[in-house]
Write a protein that binds this ligand. Structure first.
Ligand SMILES: Nc1ncnc2c1ncn2[C@@H]1O[C@H](COP(=O)(O)OP(=O)(O)O)[C@@H](O)[C@H]1O
Ligand SMILES: [Mg+2]
Length: 242
């Protein structure tokens, strides 16, 4: 593994058991995650994207093939936010640090900075049920950032949000990626989102999924989703997905 490769999957296969029957989900997956990149996993629902994300993070083990991890810290952002409903915004964001035994004063300082960075001022003591979906996901992102991760795994983080909020949060996540230099691996089923955000797009085939193509994003940032070239490229990649 070179210095630039953080995670390396070689010939990885994964199946699940269903009523004693082996159901193959991923086969022959070869994939590198490079330091500092924004990598998108793109495919239809049920194609194994979340499973691959969990493999990349070490949460699941491959059945066969090899997985090399050169990562010391990572965190997750989930589609359904996965906040603790009984904890306040501040307590949700500080949860991981508290588990790690960090001091109250350190946690307070980190939480305060993240609350202001994520535009959550005034909501420190609110509970998740009092927040809009967009605000909940801001908390989810802040909670992930609190751990100062080397890699962030984002599993369809905007799928539960309305379009306006989605467009706003895409930009904010990109800003975080640019300023903090965190490697990001994100899952989406939106070709437009993939092409707007990522450096590289790993395109899934049907189940058992394999990565049929890795598309290098040809467009400089910031990208104009309305330009004719962008729209053409979205169409081209859509054809790969089907
Ligand atoms: N823990 C599990 N046990 C059994 N089957 C699973 C498990 N996790 C996922 N699957 C199955 O594996 C397939 C891929 O799931 P998933 O990775 O969640 O797909 P995606 O994220 O692309 O929608 C699905 O058919 C799903 O039902
Ligand atoms: Mg999924």
């Amino acid at each position: 593994m070179t210095d630039n490769v953080l995670i390396h999957l070689n010939n990885v296969t994964k199946h699940f058991e269903d009523d004693g029957r082996k159901v193959p989900v991923l086969k022959d997956i070869d994939l590198d995650v490079q330091r500092g990149e924004f990598l998108m996993l793109l495919g239809p629902s049920g194609s194994g994207k979340s499973t691959l994300l969990r493999l990349l993070s070490g949460l699941e083990k491959p059945d066969s093939g090899t997985l090399h991890m050169g990562v010391t810290s990572h965190s997750f952002v989930f589609q359904d936010f996965a906040l603790f409903p009984w904890l306040t915004v501040a307590e949700n964001i500080g949860f991981g640090l508290k588990m790690k035994g960090r001091s109250e004063s350190e946690i307070t300082a980190v939480v305060k900075d993240l609350v202001s960075e994520m535009g959550l001022d005034g909501f420190l003591h609110a509970y998740p049920r009092e927040l809009s979906g967009g605000m909940k996901q801001r908390v989810g992102i802040a909670r992930a950032l609190a751990m100062s991760p080397e890699v962030m795994f984002l599993d369809e983080p905007f799928s539960a949000l309305d379009t306006f909020t989605e467009v706003k949060l895409r930009l904010e996540v990109l800003k975080i990626w640019e300023t903090r230099k965190i490697t990001m691996v994100m899952v989406t089923h939106s070709v437009e989102e993939a092409l707007f955000m990522a450096d590289r797009i790993a395109v899934f085939s049907e189940r058992p999924a394999t990565i049929s193509n890795i598309v290098k994003n040809p467009f400089p940032r910031p990208r104009n989703v309305h330009s004719a070239e962008f729209v053409r490229k979205v169409e081209e990649i859509s054809n790969l997905v089907e």
